[in-house]
Design a protein around this ligand. Structure first.
Ligand SMILES: Cc1cc2nc3c(=O)[nH]c(=O)nc-3n(C[C@H](O)[C@H](O)[C@H](O)COP(=O)(O)OP(=O)(O)OC[C@H]3O[C@@H](n4cnc5c(N)ncnc54)[C@H](O)[C@@H]3O)c2cc1C
Length: 399
C-alpha cells in the first residue's frame, strides 16, 4: 500500500488534491460516483490567491483564457443606479492576479481531469459510488459499487473525503455538521441578454438592492447568471414558473420582448461546518467539511485552499504513521472556514437580505467610505479575496 491515498469525489477539491499529491510523488486513487464530470452551473468566481495557487501548476492561464477578468465588483441600488465599486487593483502587490476571474468551475474540473489522465500517480474510477468506509491501525478502506454493480474495496494509508455537501463518507462516519439552513430559496436563472448594455456602469459581479428585495447579476463569457428570490406572496413552485421568472427579469431591465432563459434552478443555502476535519485516517475537505452561502463566491475557492493545505501536510508527514502530524490541517483550516468563509458569506448574505431602507443606507455609506481610501479598501479586499484567511491559516499551521 505504501503511501497510497484514496480520494472520494472528483469535484474541484478531490481532483486538486490528486494533482498536488502526484506533484509530491504520492500515488492516489480517485473514486467518483458520476459516470461523467459534473457540468451543472455552480461556482463562477475564482479569487486571486486560488489563481496564484493554480498558476504554479500551469492551470491559471488556461482558465483565464476561458473566463472574464473582472477587476471590479459592486454593490448597487437598482432604482437610483448608485453603486459602491470595489477595485481589486489595490491588491497588485499582494497577488499576481489582482482580479476575480469569472469562469465556470466545470472548466477547472475538465482541465484537472485532462492533466490527471497523463499522470501515472493517479488512478481515476468514474461511476464508482462509495457506500462505506472502514479503518484500522494501518489503513483505511473505501467500499464502493461500480455502475455495473461490481463491489470494490480500495485501501490506502489515508482517505480524503471530497465528496461534496451531502458527503456520504461524512454520513457514514456519523459526523454531523453544525449550523443552519437559511429560510430563503434562491432561484438561479441564466440568459444571454446583454445587461451590460442597459444598466449603467455594471461590473461583471453585481449585488443589487431593489425597493422590493434583492438580486445579483454575475457575468460569464457567454451568459449572465441572475440570482432571484420569490416575492413575499409567492410559493417556490410559483416563483419557478417561466412567467414569474420573466416578471422578475423585466423588473431588472424592462423590454418589449420576453427574455430567453437558458436554465433555471432553485437552491437552498446553508451555513454549516464539522467539528474536526480529521477522523482517524479520514480527512474531510471542501463542501464535505463546510458549506456556506455562495454570496462572495468562496466555497469552491476555500475547498481548493483546503486541498493545498491538506496535501502539504500529507507530504510533510513523509512515511510516518503518526496521524497527529495531520492535526495542523484541521487546526489551520477549520477556523478559517468558520470565520472567514462561513462568517463572511453570512455577512454578505445578511447585508443583501436587509430590507430596512435606513439600515441599507447606513451600510451603503459605510462601504462608500471604505472604497474612498486605498488603505481601507486594500484591507477590505484582502479579506473578501480570501488572502487574509490564507495568511492567518499559515500562521496557525506554524503555531
Ligand atoms: C449556485 C452556486 C453558486 C456557487 N458559486 C460559487 C462561486 O462563485 N465561488 C465558489 O468558490 N464557490 C461557489 N459555490 C460553491 C461550490 O460550487 C462548491 O463549494 C464546490 O463545488 C465544492 O467542491 P467539492 O469538490 O468539495 O464538492 P463537489 O463539487 O460537490 O464534488 C463532490 C464530488 O463527489 C462526488 N460524490 C458524491 N458522493 C459520492 C460517493 N458516494 N462516491 C463517490 N463520489 C461521490 C460527486 O459526484 C461530486 O463529483 C457555488 C455553489 C452553488 C450551488
Amino acid at each position: 500500500m505504501g503511501q497510497h491515498i484514496v480520494i472520494v469525489g472528483a469535484g474541484p477539491v478531490g481532483l486538486t488534491a490528486a494533482m498536488r499529491l502526484a506533484h509530491f510523488g504520492i500515488p492516489s486513487t480517485v473514486l467518483e460516483a458520476g459516470t461523467e464530470f459534473a457540468d451543472d452551473l455552480r461556482a463562477s468566481t475564482f479569487h486571486p490567491p486560488t489563481l496564484d495557487m493554480l498558476a504554479a501548476y500551469g492551470l491559471a492561464q488556461p482558465l483565464i483564457d476561458q473566463g472574464l477578468i473582472s477587476r471590479q465588483w459592486q454593490i448597487r441600488m437598482h432604482e437610483s443606479q448608485e453603486r459602491v465599486v470595489f477595485d481589486l487593483g489595490v491588491l497588485a502587490d499582494d497577488t499576481d492576479h489582482p482580479y476575480r476571474l469569472q469562469c465556470e468551475q466545470s472548466r477547472l474540473v475538465r482541465l484537472l481531469a485532462a492533466r490527471l489522465q497523463d499522470t501515472p500517480e493517479v488512478t481515476l474510477h468514474m461511476g464508482c459510488r462509495v457506500t462505506a468506509v472502514s479503518q484500522d491501525a494501518d489503513s483505511v478502506t473505501a467500499h464502493a459499487t461500480t455502475a455495473d454493480g461490481e463491489i470494490m474495496a480500495i485501501s490506502g494509508r489515508l482517505l480524503i473525503a471530497a465528496d461534496g455537501a451531502r458527503s456520504p463518507v461524512r454520513e457514514h462516519l456519523g459526523l454531523t455538521m453544525r449550523g443552519e439552513t437559511y429560510p430563503e430559496t434562491t432561484i438561479l436563472a441564466t440568459t444571454r441578454f446583454p445587461f451590460e448594455d442597459h444598466l449603467e456602469g455594471l461590473s461583471n459581479v453585481n449585488y443589487v438592492w431593489t425597493r422590493a428585495g434583492t438580486y445579483s447579476l454575475l457575468r460569464l463569457p457567454s451568459l449572465w447568471r441572475c440570482s432571484l428570490y420569490p416575492d413575499a406572496d409567492e410559493s417556490i413552485e410559483q416563483a419557478l414558473q417561466p412567467e414569474a421568472i420573466e416578471r422578475k427579469l423585466q423588473r431588472i431591465v424592462p423590454r418589449d420582448r420576453p427574455y430567453e432563459v437558458m436554465e433555471t434552478r432553485p437552491y437552498r443555502v446553508h451555513r454549516k461546518i464539522v467539528d474536526d476535519f480529521r477522523h482517524g485516517r479520514v480527512l474531510l475537505a471542501g463542501d464535505a467539511a463546510h458549506i456556506n452561502s455562495p454570496s462572495g463566491g468562496m466555497g469552491m475557492n476555500g475547498g481548493i485552499h483546503d486541498a493545498f493545505a491538506l496535501t502539504a501536510a500529507i507530504h510533510a508527514m513523509g512515511n510516518s504513521n503518526d496521524l497527529s502530524a495531520l492535526d495542523g490541517y484541521s487546526r489551520s483550516r477549520r477556523p478559517i472556514a468558520a470565520d472567514e468563509i462561513l462568517g463572511q458569506a453570512h455577512e454578505n448574505r445578511t447585508r443583501m437580505q436587509e430590507r430596512d431602507i435606513e439600515r441599507r443606507r447606513a451600510t451603503f455609506s459605510a462601504l462608500q467610505t471604505v472604497v474612498s481610501d486605498p488603505d481601507t479598501l486594500r484591507t477590505h479586499l484582502l479579506r473578501s479575496s480570501m488572502i487574509t484567511g490564507l495568511r492567518r491559516a499559515d500562521e496557525l499551521a506554524r503555531a
